[in-house]
Design a protein around this ligand. Structure first.
Ligand SMILES: O=C(CO)[C@H](O)[C@H](O)COP(=O)(O)O
Length: 292
């Protein structure tokens, strides 16, 4: 089938390639003319035969919103927009309504696989009506990993991004657990080769996983991670997971702690720990360390 793909960055560029390898026609648009097949969204839409499917793969938030706004003006009734970015699931219903008023269908799709997806396939979690999902199915089949699992019609509009959000929340907590274990192993004198302990865990253990494999890759590149600063950004999905947990009164202590650990990583000096130190000093005369 034919697909319009908007956004040809780290994810979109490789996805175009994987879909083409499966024998489909992909016309890609990106603001960067070096990677684009066409030079505007209008040209993209004009070059597709109707009814069209256009997959949006741009950063969540303002970029996705403006792309969907523009597509709403350019596409025709019967066309479908897929949002494959890491959009907040609460945006999906709004996008479905905005497009639905014009007779354009909407499917939200969480995509996992990162830069390895081109070869390994992308895990896909999508939401929308059965009719709209069926129209996009050949593309989902081209992108998904080979094998029985790796893609799911998670439910109605919003369900795909909700599932991807929870996936990312789990990702936060798993990474945090590996990171904490690694720091503790590095701290003690009795363990002489932490990297080899991690490597040994890749087979047979309860905690083997792809993230563990990636941790070993990282340690092979930089055994004690000396080149890195202990600073981690976040793109929103962890926060949204915690917000959803609060909305639904579901306790998520591990995911919440892993999000907060990232916030702490961005502080050179902890203001709250200054207060702890000050209070211990006030009530118990406990020693404090002063700035030099
Ligand atoms: O979706 C992903 C992996 O599954 C993306 O890599 C995402 O950006 C990671 O989230 P964060 O930046 O918050 O760590």
């Amino acid at each position: 089938m034919e697909l319009g793909l908007v956004g040809l960055g780290k994810m979109g560029g490789n996805m175009r390639e994987r879909i083409r390898r499966a024998g489909h026609t992909v016309i890609g648009y990106d603001r960067n003319p070096d990677v684009a097949d066409v030079h505007s969204l209008k040209e993209l839409v004009d070059s597709l035969e109707g009814p069209r499917v256009v997959w949006v793969m741009v950063p969540a938030g303002a970029a996705t919103q403006s792309t969907i706004d523009e597509l709403a003006e350019l596409l025709s009734p019967g066309d479908i927009v897929v949002d494959g970015g890491n959009s907040r699931w609460t945006d999906d219903e709004r996008h479905a309504v905005e497009l639905g008023i014009k007779g354009i269908g909407f499917v939200d799709c969480g995509v996992s696989g990162g830069v390895w997806g081109l070869e390994n396939g992308y895990a896909l979690m999508y939401g929308g009506t059965a009719e709209h999902v069926a129209r996009v199915q050949p593309i989902f089949d081209a992108l998904k990993p080979v094998g029985e699992f790796g893609s799911v019609h998670a439910g109605k509009v919003g369900a795909g991004h909700f599932a991807k959000m929870v996936h990312n929340g789990i990702e936060y907590a798993m990474m945090q657990a590996y990171a904490e274990g690694w720091e503790l192993l590095e701290k003690v004198d009795s363990v002489t080769d932490v990297r080899e302990v991690f490597r040994s865990w890749q087979e047979g253990t309860v905690i083997r996983s792809w993230l563990l494999d990636l941790a070993v890759n990282a340690l092979d590149e930089d055994e004690h991670l000396d080149k890195l600063r202990g600073f981690a950004q976040d793109s929103g999905e962890g926060r949204w997971t915690v917000e959803a947990a609060i909305d639904n009164a579901v306790p998520l202590p591990a995911i919440t702690a892993s999000l907060f650990a990232r916030f702490a990583s961005r502080q050179d000096d902890s203001p709250q720990m200054k207060m702890i130190a000050a209070l211990r000093n006030q009530f118990g005369g406990h020693a404090v360390e002063n700035k030099k």
